[in-house]
Design a protein around this ligand. Structure first.
Ligand code: ZN
Length: 215
């Protein structure tokens, strides 16, 4: 914890306007002075008539180069990001784009190593375990610190992942509601999503039941 007068661990950059295909946003970097990682805050005012009474919408988006930039179908990151940007453009809110969280925190090279193991039959949890890596190495302390600096101590969180909500609560951000962030499965990512649901406790309702194991 930082004592009184201690410098804030997250340093904001200047806010600039960023017009995009999803709407007009105000963006700024947040530099974590402990790690040097530069996160990006993306906010929109929105025009939701209920916005004044409801807690602001927030999405914590973990960087995924293959999904976000290349539009990979191996995961649902790219589509979740697009959905979140469209939603906050409409209703107002903030997307925190969290850098350094590739492959749930194991890094890009290890994510591709895990993909190679998945091509040999492992699911996303087993692949990380075979590599001796955590299934989810992400931490949301920096995200919570940014939200608190923005005065967002009471939010609605765009997520299917209860662990994300629980971590934010530990760091002092009250999550009033989880707003689903679900995109339809594709053939290429259906097993990945089933594993998220069945082994990582994600709330996914658009997904078919997993195939029954033959015994
Ligand atoms: Zn991804």
């Amino acid at each position: 914890m930082n004592g009184p007068g201690a410098p804030a661990p997250l340093i904001p950059g200047p806010e600039v306007r960023l017009p995009t295909e999803f709407g007009d946003f105000a963006v700024r970097t947040w530099t974590d002075t402990r790690t040097g990682v530069e996160h990006l805050g993306i906010s929109a005012a929105g025009t939701d008539p209920d916005a004044e009474s409801a807690a602001p919408l927030v999405r914590l988006h973990s960087e995924c180069l293959t999904g976000d930039v290349l539009g990979s179908f191996r995961c649902d990151c790219g589509e979740q990001l697009e959905q979140a940007l469209a939603l906050i453009s409409l209703h107002g809110g903030t997307v925190l784009y969290l850098r350094g969280q590739e492959g749930r925190g194991i890094g890009l090279a290890n994510k591709l190593r895990a993909y190679a193991l998945q091509e040999a039959g492992a699911d996303t949890v087993e692949a990380n375990e075979q590599l001796g890596l955590p299934v989810d190495a992400r931490d949301y302390q920096a995200a919570a610190e940014i939200l608190l600096q923005l005065g967002l101590d009471r939010i609605r969180l765009l997520t299917n992942n209860p662990a994300k909500r629980d971590r934010l609560e530990v760091y002092g951000v009250h999550v009033e509601a989880m707003v689903p962030s679900e995109v339809p499965a594709r053939a290429e990512n259906e097993r990945y999503l089933q594993t998220k649901r069945d082994r990582m406790n994600h709330h996914l309702n658009l997904l078919r039941a997993s195939p029954v194991q033959q015994s």
